[in-house]
Design a binder for this molecule. Structure first.
Ligand code: AHR
Length: 490
């Protein structure tokens, strides 16, 4: 029997809903086909946005969407994506498959998508190949309400009212595809570019600096030292491979060892968030600057027969556990991690949705986001579970992870993962300061390599879960093998 203690009296921080954010890039079939099919498509749409996908994403509680990249952002020139579509400049998407980008999805389309999704836009500006003036004018175009050259241009393009844009990224991966810069150089550029991204009217920008790659702690140190006071957020990117960047492994063909390797590699997020936060604490003890994990998730070899530049991969129960582990980590670091964006929303890397023509399926990762949405904006409470470490051929990883929060109605929301493929776990939980009268449970479980297909779209899905017995100030439960569970206690 494992002991689980949840202390509802110890509220630690608010879980920012933006921890449940997503990322959409002009990459493969994410924007085109996945989200946007155009007004004339046979696929049911509103202003070109797929109705089925929009509805599914709203039900999942998507709070925020990052766009237009990624590496694409530092090659994107926003003026190419406005005005009559037939006049829009075509370009080659050199990063992703060398295909023609016709710019038919631009600023107006993205803002319309966010409106339909009822989510916050997070725009990523171009530092790598764009000018200060270009970035400054984009912010003016989107947010200036009054008489100005960019506001006039916006109106000529059909949008009289300024949009509200809060989240703005000043470059992406500037240590790599965003310009191959050194941290000192980027930190100075960041200071310069952000100066001209203005707050117009009552629009207030939340400025996010391009942060470190994985464990580049020096990047975090230098950025905080030189540019800390000028930023509201610092990004962190970390992807999970089966083995390494050079040997990413398959999304669906896996041995048990591969399964545990991916989960162990995922666990590294705990160390990364902790260590980057410690460095940030030195320069920002008040935790004013958010750590924004704006790219995370699994990155495997592409599905056989698909364009290698499109990063299209399947998504299994293993990915559901990757999502569950990461989201529990982010919740537990809610004092510093105030935004995270899984890569990417549709048809690219660890997607929540896959599409094929008119068809759409929800992946196991979708169901994890769906269950975990109950944590959004809740108070994180102190919690601890005694978990053994699994050791499979030298691959060591904790058997369970969890996080706990209290919502506005005083209900307790718990999310637990059992990584173990062979042993279910009996759990004895004490909910200090809380006497549960009712429990509602949901689960996603299956074989480690189970996944949904267009032929069998609901092999892995969220189901009701009732293996919980309430007791005075707590409960006992059985956590099945290879599962992600959400409990709501009232
Ligand atoms: O998500 C795919 C790519 O990964 C992004 O474009 C880039 O920022 C990162 O390297």
């Amino acid at each position: 029997m494992q002991k689980y203690v949840i202390n509802t009296k110890k509220q630690k921080a608010q879980i920012d809903r933006n921890i449940y954010g997503h990322f959409s890039e002009h990459l493969g079939r994410c924007i085109y086909e996945g989200l946007y099919v155009g007004e004339d498509s046979d696929v049911p749409n509103v202003d070109g946005m797929r109705t089925d996908v929009v509805e599914a994403l709203k039900a999942m509680g998507l709070p925020l969407l990052r766009w237009p990249g990624g590496c694409f952002a530092d090659e994107y020139h926003w003026k190419d994506g406005i005005g009559p579509k037939e006049n829009r400049k075509k370009m080659i998407n050199t990063h992703w498959g060398g295909v023609v980008e016709d710019n038919s999805f631009g600023t107006h389309e993205f803002m319309r998508l966010c409106q339909l999704l009822e989510c916050e836009p997070y725009i990523n500006g171009n530092v790598g190949s764009g000018t200060v003036q270009e970035m400054s004018e984009w912010v003016e175009y989107m947010t200036f309400d009054g008489l100005s050259p960019m506001a006039k241009l916006r109106e000529e393009n059909g949008q009289k009212d300024a949009w509200k844009v809060k989240y703005f990224g000043v470059g992406n991966e500037n240590w790599g595809c965003g310009g191959n810069m050194r941290p000192e150089y980027y930190a100075d550029l960041y200071r310069r570019y952000q100066t001209y991204t203005r707050n117009y009217g009552d629009n207030r920008l939340f400025k996010i600096a391009g942060g470190p790659n994985v464990d580049d702690y020096n990047w975090t140190k230098v950025l905080m030292e030189i540019a800390g006071p000028y930023m509201d957020g610092l990004s962190l990117h970390f992807y999970t491979f089966v083995n390494s960047w050079e040997d990413k492994g398959s999304a669906t063909q896996m041995t048990e060892k591969d399964y545990y390797r991916v989960l162990k590699n995922t666990w590294r997020m705990e160390e990364l968030v902790t260590k980057h936060s410690h460095i940030m604490d030195k320069y920002d003890p008040q935790k004013r600057v958010a750590l924004v994990v704006d790219e995370w998730g699994t990155w495997y070899e592409v599905e056989p027969g698909t364009n290698p530049g499109f990063l299209y991969q399947q998504n299994s129960m293993r990915d559901a556990l990757v999502a569950g582990i990461n989201l529990n980590i982010f919740n537990k670091h809610a004092d510093r991690v105030r935004m995270a964006n899984i890569a990417q929303l549709v048809n690219v890397l660890q997607s929540v949705i896959l599409t094929e023509g008119e068809k759409m399926i929800k992946t196991p990762t979708y169901h994890v986001f769906d269950m975990y949405q109950e944590h959004q904006d809740n108070q994180l409470v102190e919690s601890y579970i005694t978990t053994p470490d699994l050791d499979v051929d030298g691959v060591k990883v904790p058997a369970m992870t969890e996080s706990a929060s209290v919502n506005g109605d005083g209900h307790l929301v718990l999310t637990l993962c059992n990584l173990d493929l062979h042993e279910e776990r009996r759990i004895d939980a004490d909910t200090l300061g809380f006497n549960p009268k009712k429990v509602t449970g949901h689960i996603i479980t299956g074989a480690m390599d189970a996944y949904n297909t267009f032929e069998e779209p609901e092999l892995v899905k969220k189901e009701a879960f009732d293996q919980v017995e309430l007791k005075e100030s707590g409960f006992t439960m059985t956590l099945p093998t290879c599962s992600v569970v959400r409990l709501i206690l009232e």
